[in-house]
Design a binder for this molecule. Structure first.
Ligand SMILES: Nc1ncnc2c1ncn2[C@@H]1O[C@H](COP(=O)(O)OP(=O)(O)OP(=O)(O)O)[C@@H](O)[C@H]1O
Ligand SMILES: [Mg+2]
Length: 237
């Protein structure tokens, strides 16, 4: 099987004033479709930086990155922007919702950029909000939703365009246990039913036990790579 995401020998440093921080060092990894892959590791070890590089948001200083078979560095800025719009979805710890828009509008908005008509975007938004269990909450604004519900709106927004690549950076860390569990189950379901590649950064121990594969990072490197549920999955498939 071809990997959906591949990083080959990437390095990334940040220079602030006279201080240079080597954040990723000779890092190589590949991530498969249809799986929930989790990156764990201490604060500052480079997890968000790796996610940004694999999603094309940030360029490595050296090394190569392939997403869905495309070498990202070879794409022009416009092409990269369109690739990201079409194929990647993002979910963040802080939800990143627009305060003035209700749930349907939040989810429908990016579909407009992909050429959906207003009516088609709203229909798709409704379907996806139902899929994440928010069928009865569609006309509420962020201030009227709980943290868990807001995160489900953010996931629905990322999911609505049916991206092949879904990135989540600490999606459960602002949530209590019960809501965190709901989000984990939804992310898992996305990998399974949509055959998407779900790459998630988290410290959350509950998420770790639900992942298909766990990459432990430390100091800019991947220290261990464990596959947790592959046997069980093959039985299910
Ligand atoms: N744009 C930037 N400019 C300068 N330094 C940066 C930048 N982005 C990240 N860094 C530094 O790179 C290191 C790794 O940051 P990163 O955000 O990848 O860590 P992380 O593993 O996601 O941590 P956390 O768990 O706290 O989110 C940190 O020391 C950070 O200060
Ligand atoms: Mg981070």
């Amino acid at each position: 099987m071809n990997a959906a995401l591949v990083a080959e020998n990437i390095d990334k440093s940040f220079v602030t004033g006279s201080v240079r921080a080597d954040v990723l060092r000779h890092l190589s990894v590949s991530v498969q479709a249809g799986e929930l892959t989790l990156i764990s590791g201490p604060s500052g070890c480079g997890k968000s930086t790796l996610l940004a590089i694999l999603s094309g948001l940030l360029r490595p200083d050296s090394g190569r990155v392939f997403a869905l078979g495309q070498e990202l560095i070879r794409l022009r800025a416009r092409e990269l922007e369109y690739f990201r719009l079409q194929h990647t979805g993002f979910v963040f710890q802080g939800f990143n919702l627009f305060p003035a828009l209700n749930a349907i509008e939040q989810v429908a908005l990016p579909l407009g950029y992909l050429g959906f008509s207003h009516a088609a975007a709203r229909r798709r938004a409704q379907t996806v909000l139902e899929e994440v269990g928010l069928g009865s909450r569609m006309t509420l604004r962020p201030a009227e939703l709980s943290g868990g519900e807001k995160q489900r709106v953010a996931i629905a927004r990322a999911l609505a365009k049916e991206p092949q690549l879904l990135f989540a950076d600490e999606p459960t860390s602002a949530l209590d246990a019960a809501n965190g569990q709901i989000i984990i189950d939804i992310l898992h379901g996305i990998a399974r039913t949509h055959r998407a590649t779900v790459l998630c950064v988290s410290h959350d121990q509950r998420l770790i036990s639900h992942a298909d594969r766990v990459l432990a990072m430390e100091d800019g490197k991947i220290l261990s790579d464990r596959r947790l549920r592959s046997v069980l999955r093959e039985e299910l498939l």
